[in-house]
Ligand binder design. Structure first.
Ligand code: ADP
Ligand code: MG
Length: 296
């Protein structure tokens, strides 16, 4: 179902129980209207990656996106972070059209983007130095972010001396110092083991509560989405649109212990039910007649 009401409208299909929650203030922070991204391929064809997507993120909301691999999640993040201009539709942040990387938006990308030649503290200070922030302020913010992410003992270490989880924390700290009002995270814990992921999730929740930022997290892990979010949007197979919106009803003061509640089970099964169908479409396509690849 690809109509605006069922697919892309967040008001339509929330779960039966608690709906909007404490952290959601109701004022729209990010707005996407009929956003599509179609890539031109070197072969001359085109590839319809996402859309048309309609989405409102409320100020201070923790929103996660799940969807099958290749459905356009990173493409959506590129639009939100101003790295890509959509081929159709409008995207606004704080009521201004997103063009170029907007002030107040911080993104943590899928791959480990720490600079191997810089120490942890220099990595974290990088963006502030480039922005010409004065040295005392840089020190204050870097010390805070490093302490917050539990990296104090490693401030002088180089990324190669850290575990994967710690390197991701460096990347998050580097974004945090910029004091973003919208934090975009693209599968930041993808490479981590399950336990570390859950604990990183707790840190992310703490960060979200302390900064009051709006968070958009892309993840392929349904448990992560269910545990962390106020709302989870499920994307269809490509071209990605939202086919379900699930409000979790968690309190703002939550942590990974919600995974042992019956509610958590309900949420993850609902997410899986939708995602299973979409993933099967893709697998079907992979096993189907030759061609695959580009849309007509
Ligand atoms: P996801 O993050 O959900 O795995 P992506 O957003 O990375 O998916 O990609 C969605 C689709 O768009 C994929 O089929 C991918 O190959 C294609 N794609 C992404 N970026 C480009 C690009 N710059 N040019 C052509 N195709 C692209
Ligand atoms: Mg991706």
């Amino acid at each position: 179902m690809r109509d605006a009401a069922g697919g892309n409208a967040e008001q339509g299909s929330a779960t039966s129980e608690p709906q909007e929650v404490g952290s959601v203030h109701g004022s729209v922070h990010v707005r996407l209207r009929q956003v599509s991204q179609v890539f031109k391929l070197p072969t001359g064809g085109s590839l319809h990656a996402i859309g048309p997507v309609d989405l409102d993120l409320n100020r201070g909301e923790f929103f996660s996106v799940v969807g099958p691999s290749g459905c356009g999640k990173s493409t959506l993040l590129d639009v939100l972070s101003g790295l890509a201009t959509p081929t159709a539709g409008t995207a606004t942040f704080e009521d201004r059209p997103i063009s170029g990387v907007p002030d107040g938006v911080g993104a943590v990308f899928q791959e480990d983007a720490s600079f191997p030649w810089l120490t942890v503290e220099d990595n974290v200070a990088f963006g502030l130095r480039r922005a010409g922030v004065d040295a005392a302020e840089i020190k204050r913010r870097v010390d805070y972010a490093i302490g917050f992410m539990g990296l104090k003992d490693f401030a002088r270490a180089y990324p190669a001396q850290l575990s994967g989880g710690m390197r991701q924390r460096v990347c998050i700290a580097r974004t945090l110092v910029l004091q973003p009002r919208l934090i975009l995270l693209d599968e930041p814990f993808g490479a981590l083991d399950q336990q570390t992921r859950l604990l990183m999730g707790d840190e992310l929740l703490r960060l979200w509560r302390e900064t009051s930022a709006t968070v958009l997290l892309i993840t392929h892990a349904l448990d992560e989405a269910a545990m962390l979010s106020d709302r989870v949007g499920v994307m269809s197979a490509r071209p990605g649109i939202f086919i379900d919106m699930v409000s979790t009803g968690w309190e703002r003061q939550r942590d990974s212990r919600v995974v042992s509640t019956p509610r958590f089970g309900e949420i993850t099964s609902r997410l899986w039910e939708k995602l299973r169908r979409e993933t099967m479409k893709i697998m079907g396509a992979a096993h189907g007649p030759a061609g695959g690849g580009a849309a007509p």
